[in-house]
Design a protein around this ligand. Structure first.
Ligand code: FES
Length: 292
């Protein structure tokens, strides 16, 4: 069986949920919403976990190279310590994202977290061994840590690229939309201050859009939430941190009606927003230039 086949088996293993579900609830309960938003990366407009993980990955790989040359081993030890310290916020951001993912991602995420914890333990052991003058043991432990961390990085990559963890599902949905102006019907048919479902023309399938009217102003979004494709037309309009937002009914992500920016997670990516113009009392919308 291929490595990807093994990872798919893990993602299918429902037996893991007995352990994962309580852990997930514990993470959700332990982190207040502002901390979760910080760890998700709503302030950055991008998941913050991949930004943070490059520090432990970079320092540990660099330490592995420096350790090959005995005069550089002190520098390697400093890099290992830096990676150990940086692994803490990286793990927290990963845990916050993991707790809001769907089931297959959570199962592989548990494997990813277990491997990262093992790698961290090996590096901590290496630091202790180096401090006590047991350099050979320190080398063995740090190279073992590098091996485990590399395997874990492959699992994380599979979560991102094969399972779309952290990717914007709204951007994917937008790709199916027509590049032309679309007629979404009369302005007067739209309800005031709550989202309505309209259908956008797609090249082969119709694409749901979430349309919000506030007086004469209309905001049109791709209907699939950027987090996990929740139906935004079933959400509500709410004030979040002083901004009028469209709130997803699945996990509560809030998108600024004016800009599409995420104002509350778990979505870190913003929501795809369409250009709008009125034509003889009808709402016309099309994708922005970056998506056409
Ligand atoms: S699908 Fe999770 S917040 Fe929208």
């Amino acid at each position: 069986m291929s490595l990807m086949g093994i990872l798919d088996r893990v993602a299918d293993a429902a037996a893991l949920d007995k352990v994962i579900d309580p852990a997930r609830r514990a993470v959700q309960a332990a982190l207040p919403q502002p901390v979760k938003d910080f760890l998700h990366g709503t302030w950055l407009g991008h998941p913050v976990h991949p930004v943070l993980v490059h520090v432990p990955v970079g320092t540990w790989v660099s330490a592995g190279l420096l350790d090959l040359y005995p005069p550089f081993r002190r520098a390697a030890t400093v890099l290992i310590g830096t990676g150990v310290a940086a692994a803490v916020p990286a793990s927290l951001s990963g845990a916050a994202d993991w707790s809001e993912q769907d089931v297959g991602v959570r199962r592989l995420g548990a494997l990813h977290a277990a491997a990262n914890t093992a790698a961290l333990g090996l590096y901590v052991g290496s630091l202790m061994a180096r401090k006590r003058g047991r350099g050979a043991l320190g080398l063995v432990l740090s190279y073992a840590g590098l091996g485990v961390a590399s395997g874990s990085a492959a699992v994380g990559g599979h979560m991102s690229y094969a399972q779309s963890s952290g990717a914007s599902h709204a951007t994917t949905a937008a790709r199916a939309l027509s590049k032309d102006w679309m007629d979404l019907g009369p302005l007067d048919d739209l309800p005031e201050g709550r989202p309505a479902l309209r259908t956008g023309k797609g090249s082969s399938v119709a694409v749901p859009l979430a349309v919000v009217r506030r007086g004469a102003r209309v905001d049109v979004f791709v209907g699939a939430c950027s987090h996990l494709s929740g139906p935004l037309h079933e959400g509500k309009v709410e004030d979040v941190h002083g901004h009028a937002c469209l709130v997803c009914p699945w996990h509560g992500s809030a998108f600024d009606l004016d800009s599409g920016t995420s104002r509350r997670g778990p979505a870190a990516n913003g929501q795809e927003k369409l250009e709008v113009r009125m034509e003889a009392g009808r709402v016309m919308a099309r994708l922005p230039a970056r998506s056409r």
